[in-house]
Each structure stands twice: as C-alpha cells, then as structure tokens.
Design a protein around this ligand. Structure first.
Ligand SMILES: Cc1cc2nc3c(=O)[nH]c(=O)nc-3n(C[C@H](O)[C@H](O)[C@H](O)COP(=O)(O)OP(=O)(O)OC[C@H]3O[C@@H](n4cnc5c(N)ncnc54)[C@H](O)[C@@H]3O)c2cc1C
Length: 376
C-alpha cells in the first residue's frame, strides 16, 4: 500500500481535537511542511486546555514515574523558546512567566532535593526571604523551585491557534468527528455530521473524550475524564508573585493580580458542574495560605475535564488498528507542560524519524497493561 508520508512527500493530516495537544501537534507538523486540518466538537482550546492552571511542571516532580519526568523535563527545558516562537508567529502574548514555585510541607525534602539534583532541576531548601509564609497550617520543609514557570492558559491556546492558522493550518470548530471511513488497513477520511474530510493521516487528540472512541476507531485504553474545579480571585498586582503549593492545593498568581486556586480531582464522568461546598473549601484553604484571600470573594468558579490516565502517562503512538492513525492523548494533570515534547515525539514517529526520547512507555500496548489505582 502506498504511504504518502513514507516517501518523504508531505501529507494532509486531520487532527481530531484542537486543545493544546492537537494544536501543538499541528504546529509541529506545519513547521515540517505538512498540511493540517483540525476538527473540534466545540471551540478550539475551549476544554481542559482553557480550564487549567498553566503551571509548567508536575506539582511535586519527584513524585512521578520516569515516563512523566522525561517528557516534562524535555518540555520544560525548551518551553521559553517554544512560547517565544508561537508569540512571534501569532503576534500574541501567552504570558510565560518564570515565577518559581514554593512547595510547603514537603514530606521528604532530602529525597526531593536529591531527585532535583539528579535531574538538573534547580531546587533549594527553605523559602526565599521575599515570600512571607502563612501563619496557619504547617510550613515545615519548604522547597523552593525558582525556575518553574507558568503560562496563562486562555492566552496560550489563543496564541497557538493563531500561529497554526498563520502557518496555513485550517481549524473547523463546532465540528465533532463521528467516525472514520476505512479501506484496507488505512483510514481514508474522517466523518462529521456535515461532510467527510479525506485524510492521508489522522491524529486523535480528543483529550478526555479519547476514552470513548469513534465509529470504526477503538477508544484509547484507560483514558477517562477527571474533573478539576478552580477558583479565580482578583488582587492588586504584586501581592503574590510566585506559585504556592501545600498538600494538594496551589495558588497561581497572574501578573495583573489575578490568583487561581486549584484544584480537585473528581471522578464524575463528563459533568462539568461546580458546587458550593467545594467553592467554600477551596476558598478556606486558599485563605490559610494567603490570608488576604479571606477578605475577598472569587470572581469566577469553573471546572474542566482532564484527560485522566493511569500514572499520568500519556499515549503517544500509532493506533494499533490503522497504520495511518496516531494518538496524542491522556496527559492528565500536565498536558500544558507536556505539550511541546509530546508533539515532537508524535511527529517524529509519524515521519519515521528517531525520537529524542524512548517512545516505549507511551506505546498503546504498554498503556493497555496499566491500571487505575485507588488514588486519582
Ligand atoms: C483544573 C485543571 C487544572 C490544570 N492545571 C494544569 C497545570 O497547571 N499545568 C498543566 O500542565 N496542566 C494542567 N491541567 C491539565 C491540562 O489542562 C490538560 O492535560 C490538557 O489541557 C489536555 O489537553 P488536550 O488537548 O489533550 O485536551 P483538551 O484541551 O480537553 O482538548 C481536547 C479537545 O478535543 C475535542 N474533542 C473531543 N471529542 C471530539 C470529537 N469527537 N471530534 C472533534 N473534537 C473533539 C474537545 O472539544 C476538546 O477541545 C489542568 C487541568 C485542569 C482541568
């Protein structure tokens, strides 16, 4: 069977899902000269990629499997340049900010510091003098990670979207893919309600929905939606200028004085509703970390659906049923962080190039073997 990609010819790739995973894959393909069309069932970047916090690091990096760390560290090392290029192409600011992260109440700080030293991540025991520690709750064992950065999610996805369009990509919004048309071992087109989009290659980047599959296309193993609720506050700029983390709760400052507080991990299906009890709890815990938050009410409260995966390990691979279908999904809590290295890995696999990272942990058949544990 003729493979237009294998002979070096540039191909038309249809990407399903225009979140950060689909958009970053599109960008990488466009930069290598391919033609790309994205289809999204809603607005581009309107789901998890909009709802998230934009911290560019696993929350406690030493707590994750090597498969998460290698993708994360590769992404983190190149993130500033990746964003700068997106901003240059799009003319939009993604608000990349190397604001650092202070983790409080770290259980084994010596192990954490040893992990950071072994992985080239700058870490210091103790809090910088510029940060006033909260008076309530435990402030034991602070670990300061000065190089952790953030982006402002809605701005990053808007910049990515504009860069993709600027480089010649096409985006169809409100256009859910319903299935695929096949011939032999290949998908020939993606079916939507209105029309069928012919494709040389297809990339599945449908986030939390990847666990559902499409007519003719098997679902990605063990992916399921994990809801996260978020609160947004507005303070004066400069009140907080680093990310604070303690026992699962984080505060993320934006340069204009907004502060995000998150989050929850809820196994609630595709339900994005928020609730008053969670709002009260997040507000209370946030005020313990930053007392001034106790004097103001949140300006917004929302929920997003993370593409949950066992061990937080995404699936980045060829689809087992079709030689021209690929998958980039299941980035769970860190899809914004992992986006550049995941897109690079997938596009290397699509082009038959040798990837910079070992692709094995992200293979479909390896994902089949993983199981959800009791903790989300
Ligand atoms: C509260 C919260 C906080 C977070 N904080 C962080 C953080 O600080 N740092 C970090 O790195 N990550 C964070 N994340 C995780 C991160 O946001 C996600 O891992 C990432 O956005 C996943 O991107 P995605 O493109 O795979 O999925 P999504 O952004 O959900 O995109 C998938 C897209 O596929 C579309 N789609 C679905 N089905 C179809 C179909 N049949 N046809 C066409 N389109 C379809 C959807 O409409 C959607 O736009 C957070 C997430 C949440 C919810």
């Amino acid at each position: 069977m003729h493979d237009p990609g294998a002979s070096g010819l540039k191909t038309l790739t249809i990407i399903l899902g225009a979140g950060v995973s689909g958009l970053s894959t599109a960008l990488a393909l466009l930069k290598r000269g391919h033609t790309v069309t994205l289809l999204d069932r809603g607005a581009a970047g309107g789901e998890s990629s909009w709802a998230g916090g934009g911290i560019l690091s696993p929350l406690l990096p030493w707590e994750y499997a090597g498969a998460v760390s290698s993708l994360a560290l590769r992404s983190m090392a190149g993130y500033a340049d990746w964003v700068a290029e997106i901003e240059a192409i799009s003319g939009r600011d993604a608000e990349f900010w190397r604001c650092g992260m202070l983790a409080l109440d770290v259980h084994s700080p010596d192990q954490a510091l040893a992990w950071c030293a072994a992985h080239g991540m700058v870490a210091k025991q103790g809090a910088p003098q510029t940060i006033s520690l909260p008076s309530s709750g435990s402030n034991q064992n602070p670990v300061w990670l000065p190089e952790v950065a953030q982006v402002r999610n809605p701005r990053l996805v808007a910049a990515l979207r504009a860069a993709v369009v600027q480089l010649g990509g096409t985006i169809h919004e409100q256009c859910p893919a319903t299935g695929v048309l096949t011939q032999g071992g290949r998908v020939t087109a993606v079916q939507t309600a209105a029309e069928a989009f012919p494709a040389d290659k297809v990339v599945l980047a449908t986030g939390a929905w990847s666990g559902l599959g499409l007519a003719g296309l098997a679902a990605t193993p063990h992916i399921r939606p994990i809801r996260g609720q978020m609160l947004l506050f507005k303070l004066d700029p400069g009140v907080l200028d680093t990310i604070l983390y303690r026992n699962g709760l984080y505060l993320i400052p934006r340069r204009d004085g907004h502060v995000l507080v998150g989050s929850t991990l809820e196994d609630a299906g595709f339900d994005k509703t928020t609730d008053a009890a969670t709002r009260r709890r997040l507000h209370l815990e946030a005020a313990e970390l930053l007392p001034v938050l106790g004097d103001v009410q949140p300006v917004q409260h929302w929920a997003g659906l993370r593409p949950g995966s066992p061990g937080n390990i995404p699936v980045i691979d060829r689809h087992p049923d079709f030689e021209n279908v690929f998958v980039n999904t299941g980035h769970y809590r860190y899809g914004v962080t992992l986006a550049p290295a995941s897109a690079e890995l997938l596009v290397d696999l699509m082009e038959g190039a040798t990837p910079a990272l070992d692709p094995m942990p992200y293979r479909w058949e390896v994902a089949l073997e993983r199981r959800w544990s009791a903790t989300l």
